[in-house]
Design a protein around this ligand. Structure first.
Ligand SMILES: [Zn+2]
Length: 142
């Protein structure tokens, strides 16, 4: 049975107490980040304490949604029925200085390169939730 015959919806995110704001924002089409309330260092994935100054104060603020590809890969096997292949998995360095794992869409495989500017958009999942994913940016990142 080919993947096309057995398509499934992308699974919904499983928020933790620390990451709930991130996934709830994605559901509303907002790309939110966590920043230290004291030294203003961004951190991702979300966690209770700042790795730089050990503060437990935090701010949740909108991120630019813009960055560049730090690295990428195309998983080959085993193919999972909730994804279309070729599937591009990327590490994106956001303008805010944090690195995020996601998928890159709307880009031919040959055009995926380290350093290309990308921008966020949201992919719907099972349960009417959403996950942040990326596509090549229409304008270069700052
Ligand atoms: Zn801090």
């Amino acid at each position: 049975m080919s993947n096309e015959e057995f398509r499934m919806e992308r699974p919904q995110p499983l928020p933790s107490r620390n990451s709930a704001f991130y996934w709830e924002g994605a559901e509303r089409g907002e790309f939110l980040g966590q920043r230290c309330g004291d030294c203003k260092t961004f951190r991702h994935p979300p966690r209770p304490m700042c790795p730089k100054c050990q503060s437990v104060h935090q701010e949740i603020i909108p991120l630019s949604g813009r960055g560049v590809v730090y690295s990428y890969m195309f998983p080959v096997h085993p193919q999972m029925p909730m994804f279309e292949y070729p599937l591009c998995c990327v590490l994106v360095d956001l303008d805010e200085g944090i690195r995020i794992f996601s998928n890159l869409y709307e880009c031919d495989r040959a055009d995926v390169k380290i350093g290309i500017p990308v921008e966020v958009f949201f992919e719907k999942t099972k349960g009417d939730k959403a996950v942040p994913v990326f596509r090549p940016a229409k304008e270069a990142s700052k």
